[in-house]
Design a protein around this ligand. Sequence first.
Ligand code: BGC
Ligand code: BGC
Length: 815
Amino acid sequence: MLDSTDIETGVGQWPPTESIIPVDPSIESRIDGLLERLSLERKVGQLIQGEIQHTTPDDVFRFGLGSVLSGGGSFPGNKRHATHHDWRELAREFHRASMRTDEGRIPVPVFWGVDAVHGHNNVRGATVFPHNIGLGAANNMDLVAKIARCTASEMYATGVRCNFSPSVSVAHDFRWGRTYESYSTNPQHVGEYARTMVTGLQNNTDGLLFGEETVMATLKHFIGDGGTEGGMDRGETSLDEATLRDRHGLPYFSGIAAGAQLVMASFSSWNGEAVHGSHYLLTRVLKEQIGFDGIIISDWNGHSFVPGCSKVSCAPVFNAGVDIVMVPQDWHGLLENTISDVEAGLISMERIDDAVRRVLRVKFRAGLFEDEWPEQEIEVAAGNFGSAEHHAVAVQAVQESLVLLKNKNALLPVSSGQHVLVAGDAASNLEKQMGGWSLTWQGRDVSPGDFPHAKTILQGIKDRVEVAGGKVSYSADGEIDCEPDVAVVVFGEQPYAEWHGDRDTLEFEADAKSWGGKDLLHQRPALDMIRSFKSRSIPVISICLCGRPLFVNPEINASDAFVVAWQPGSAGEGVALPIFESPGENELIDFKGRLPFDWPDRPIPSETDGVSFPHGFGLSLGDNCDLDDLPEPAIAQTPGLRPLNIFTRGFSEPWSTMLEVNQNQHRVLPGAGVRSVGDREVIRIETGDRDIQEDSWLISWNGNGEASFLVGAGIALNLEMFRNAGASLCFDVLADDTGSSDIFVGMGSTQKPFAGFSLQEYVNQASNTWQAVQIPLSRFESAGVNLSSVLYPLVLRSDSASSLWVNSVRIALTS
Ligand code: BGC
Ligand code: BGC
């Protein structure tokens, strides 16, 4: 911890920063007037932000809430196919509620915030751009400015006026699940993106108020979110102050100078202290020294992790300097308790007035007070929602983001008239193409109906090749009965968001695969596919979809050409452009992308690593580059024994859950909400929060028949080495009064769908507290499980009315 002398010298290291939007005395005096008239209740209301599934326009009126948000995968009326008109209707209702003057109300306009992090990605039919990492590769600020304007326009068309974007994180350890939200490894560079994005979203180039079709921008997550140990989301960033400033602070200086009106606090900690509770970072550094005069907003229940706080009570977060608390579900409790905290003197009136002043200042600047609800302007913007014009910008972005890492014997561009085989499921898979924050929070469970304007990579290749007189065949699994001239293998990561994307290793298709230095799954479909084409002398172009640099040296070595396409979004046709020649074009479409991060040369990063390709690398067509085979360090070189994490803090590839009734299995996707299965809803699953959102399952059986809950990787695992090492299946449970005495725990193997025993052997009944369950693998073996071929390492089965919370499932050594 810093002592006070350090703090004095520390704070002086941060640069005062002047915003392009100056303090306007006439606004300040209007605020003075309002502050005199608003009651304490109304003031605190301005500081509390609820989520639209839990907050109605009537709540906004009755409790005077100053803003609302919608999270990833949250839609008006909870309808995922709500149109942009539905969004606009709801926005208008919220606005009207806040502007009512009956019952003696003083009107203060509300605003609505969303994560439009790659286009207005929560709304069906919106233009979805590549994730930030792809824009980092494209490195074209004019393009970024256009994307910001398109995004602002599509948001404006829905009446949503605040964007929780841009993220200006500087990712250091790519095992972090938010690496794709980072533009670059170079803080200076990220600063340029911050400036361009903020200017484009707010359209405040004249330095004064915002123009039409503009939204407020938020820089996030202050500070150090990309520097956590091991790349753990919401983790600990241990750095000296100067390094914190130079690595993670720099982008904020540019973003604030460009006029950003909000800064979101980071879930992470700096040298042991949660940023949300840090008066030093939020107030002394950001507000007082840097001079930020807008709103500091907390992240989703981030206040509840500050010592001494819960979701519904948290004076320390206000005292640290947060102005608006994002408290999605529990806003009512926090509102009441905060009012009492002020009355009890735990938060000073001065602090409340400062926070309210900032909120009102931003609302005045954004023109929210002046505008009649801008029906006309919104109508105009709506005419451009998801338009061909915006889509063209997305196509350009995709094309410019592609990074060519290898082009042996100048295989690219493929000349016209060829027979092209496209293989790999990612060629026609919008989940992998879009990544996280795409209609759903995790980007899972989406289908073409969710993105009516989207084109898949396969469609794009077909269009381009066929127009030029060639032919395209497609085989998802790589099985073929023809001899193509060239094969394009498209593969990539499953989508993810936040900590759900945290990984132990950067090795592609290695999740849950290696343990104790041994291969567990023996599965590498993309690599097998590439090698099988090579063995038949078919030249292979690999297209890799990823939200982070991956360790793919074996795949690169086996391919003739290798293209990194990141997570391109809705304009999949951009990928085909520089790969295939089209005789009609007079200008060659070239590869422009350059790596925004070093590309790793081993699965587990360490400070002293070499790299396979350095930051800034990327070939153009015609570059003469003979690439030697890259090293393929065996997994055995990675240190230590690692537990096999099945479900810890969220899902990771390749695990999924299933419900089974009468031998019919139903896959349940993360984020799917409550799912029940069977004619009579025999079994039901929902996700809930133990420590963080959706880190636990509640499984309930209603007693109308036998049903099971299963977790598997879709493939048989050999768990013998775990047994030999003395490992156990570990998970935590919470058993409540509904009863769990009739639940069986077991595993499913290829020969035997279920072998198990009563969970009662390991769980104390109805303790109403979380308990750790550890069952030695040998116990499963003696119950009849063939450990060499396990399909489902966890099965819970019952035929009686019962229920159980489950969390943190892994196979690990126990002491
Ligand atoms: C919600 C998302 C939200 C996310 C934030 C999830 O539980 O479903 O809407 O954006 O939490 O962490
Ligand atoms: C994320 C933020 C996001 C917020 C609202 C949080 O969990 O960390 O980036 O803005 O949810 O969806």
